[in-house]
Write a protein that binds this ligand. Structure first.
Ligand SMILES: [Fe+2]
Length: 155
């Protein structure tokens, strides 16, 4: 478990993503002071996608996944599914520009994104940790750091 911290800046992004899924979930009024109505939730979701998610997807696809592809067939299969889901989530966010059925669209994004994050955190990352030695995990962390995960050592 010594290498467990090496994927933590990605996990930090996942934590903020999980907060989004709660904020935009249908019937969830916990954050009503923060985002008072559906339009504000839509604007926040689009902003969050542009500022956080798009870059997160890009770094995973361009930096992390090429480094761990080929470790096992199972990992490759999960990565393929995750890349498909990135596109699907991107399409769902784009649909927010059509101003119909917004509450249900947000709820869909919330649920798809939550399952997506769980797949990475609970399935993919443990399998990566399992497949790599501590030294290999440290090397992976260094490469992530060099390629844009600048806060990799902060958590
Ligand atoms: Fe991710």
């Amino acid at each position: 478990m010594a290498g467990q911290k090496n994927l933590h800046s990605i996990s930090h992004d996942h934590f903020t993503g999980m907060m989004l899924t709660q904020i935009i979930r249908k019937g969830n009024s916990v954050n009503d002071d923060f985002l008072k109505n559906i339009d504000e939730k839509v604007n926040y979701t689009i902003h969050f996608y542009d500022q956080e998610l798009a870059n997160h997807f890009y770094l995973e696809e361009q930096v992390l996944f090429p480094l761990v592809k080929g470790l096992s067939e199972e990992i490759d299969g999960i990565i393929n599914r995750i890349v498909d889901e990135h596109q699907f989530i991107t399409d769902l966010v784009k649909e927010l520009n059509f101003k119909t059925d917004l509450e249900n669209k947000l709820d869909r994004i919330s649920r798809v994104l939550e399952e997506h994050i769980k797949l990475e955190e609970r399935v993919l990352f443990p399998k990566i940790h399992e497949a790599l030695s501590d030294n290999e995990l440290t090397a992976l962390a260094r490469k992530l750091f060099e390629n844009g995960y600048e806060n990799i050592y902060k958590y």
